[in-house]
Design a protein around this ligand. Structure first.
Ligand code: FE2
Length: 212
């Protein structure tokens, strides 16, 4: 068993079990839609230079597992951010639909918490390290900043719908990428997450579609 160095700062020396072909220097970028924020660049420079992998009997090659590790850690950052954005909406929503939206946003946050767990545990199953701290999420997330100055129910509906839509787009892209890496299980996991996100987007947008 390889003991990883303390995260997020990693050593430049590859793990003894890391083959030269392993893309250990690959930055955490997994789709063309990605926009690197200044914070993301900071985190990338500190933490994304050499993902450490544990030895495992899993038959996916280490090269593929390392690529999946990068992909899934990006989705983990998005999911952690999404969960807290849903809580932000749950706490601060106001207006005549308060109770419906307050409860719905909490329900979605709970579902997203389960997605966070699924993604993180898949990373570890593949020999990777789940980098699920708030600080890693803040640096890597693909989601827009959640507006802090809104209160009206419809404003929260729009902000939450945007966050769900962004997360759903990235999850869908990860289904295809996992398939290209011959990992049908990760593709299946992301399909389950994506299907759930689409359902929650429907629940949220139903509050605004009738008036459009
Ligand atoms: Fe609550």
């Amino acid at each position: 068993m390889i003991t990883p160095s303390p995260l997020p700062v990693r050593t430049a020396t590859p793990s003894p079990r890391t083959s030269p072909a392993t893309p250990v220097e690959a930055p955490l970028r997994d789709s063309k839609s990605a926009k690197a924020t200044p914070a993301a660049k900071h985190v990338a420079s500190k933490a994304d230079s050499a993902p450490r992998m544990y030895a495992t009997e899993n038959d996916l090659s280490e090269k593929r597992r390392a690529e999946l590790n990068l992909l899934l850690n990006q989705r983990l950052a998005d999911a952690v951010d999404l969960q807290m954005q849903l809580k932000q909406a749950h706490w601060n929503v106001k207006g005549p639909s308060f109770i419906a939206l307050h409860e719905l946003f909490d329900q979605v946050a709970e579902a997203v918490e389960s997605y966070v767990d699924m993604i993180a545990e898949r990373i570890v199953q593949l020999g990777g390290v789940a980098e699920g701290t708030i600080r890693m999420a803040a640096g890597r997330t693909r989601l827009e900043e959640y507006p802090l100055a809104i209160g009206d129910g419809l404003a929260h509906v729009e902000a939450v719908a945007r966050a769900l839509s962004t997360f759903g787009r990235e999850a869908r892209a990860t289904i295809l990428q996992a398939g290209e890496l011959d990992d049908a299980d990760t593709a299946d996991l992301c399909t389950e997450v994506s299907r759930g996100i689409d359902k929650w987007l429907w629940f949220v947008e139903a509050h605004s579609q009738a008036s459009k």
